[in-house]
Design a protein around this ligand. Sequence first.
Ligand code: ADP
Ligand code: MG
Length: 307
Amino acid sequence: ATPTAVMVATGKGASLGVLIKGGNALQNAHKAGFSLLSIKTIVFDKTGTLTVGKPAVVSFQLFSVISEEEFCGMTIAAEINSEHPIAKAVVEHTRLLRQKHGFENDQLTEVKDFKVHPGAGVSGKIGEKAILVGNRRLMQMFNVPIGVEVDTYVSENEHLARTCVLVAVEETIAGGFAVTDPVKPEASLVISYLRSMHISSVMVTGDNWATATAIGSQVGIDKVFAETDPLGKADKIKELQLQGASVAMVGDGINDSPALVAADVGMAIGAGTDVAIEAADIVLMKSNLEDVVTAIDLSRKTMSRIR
Ligand code: ADP
Ligand code: MG
């Protein structure tokens, strides 16, 4: 029989926007509640979890002799096929550039051989020209050299916590964008509050080290792991679990689902993808990080009473 205290807490949680999921929500609440009692580490995804998840382009630069018109046309044609939030930001900005120069009504060319490279970007062919849109890793995968000028542009922006998107045409970097995604207003307060509860905060992200480290220091995170693929995120959780205490994971993306499953308690951001919500034990309906603390408080008040 499920103790009344858990039933009450489940209802209380739901009224606070902390939803305990599953066919047997009460049993899950019991399990999650006890895990939360002994939590020592919380792992956070970056994009959409610690950050707002609405990236916007803040700078744009051409690096080759390509015309802005051709550059914009090719970039839109490739990125319009991608679901990635960074791609949406790039498409929106490129549209504005086209409008500004009066060629927004030009026909968009079609992409052939379009391919998504998870955690790196996209590739395809426009007419006879090969196009790549993505990060440094994507350029390395296709052996596109990154010269000093491009390297400087990327490094400078990454240290400002921005993510860079490079566009290569025929194996030459033609231009790039810098994208910002601001941190959630409550993020640093929540992390310092967790520290006062002797819970350490860790970030895992598919984004590059420089941007991840810059965002990490903005929110005061204890440890950063960057350039991690989805299974790598889950491996990090398992590594932390080997240190003895329970580990919670907070994430929003398809990328986070293996880690949400691996964690003792998986918490999905309500505004996140269905796949993440499916993989989690708890859904933070308001998508507010303060509710990580709400969940822990609730379990401490409830579970200590019925032990
Ligand atoms: P995260 O873990 O931060 O959610 P992802 O694994 O989704 O990150 O992506 C990692 C990186 O791959 C992004 O920060 C970006 O640099 C690059 N990337 C992925 N898809 C695209 C795309 N369609 N256009 C540009 N860059 C992309
Ligand atoms: Mg994310």
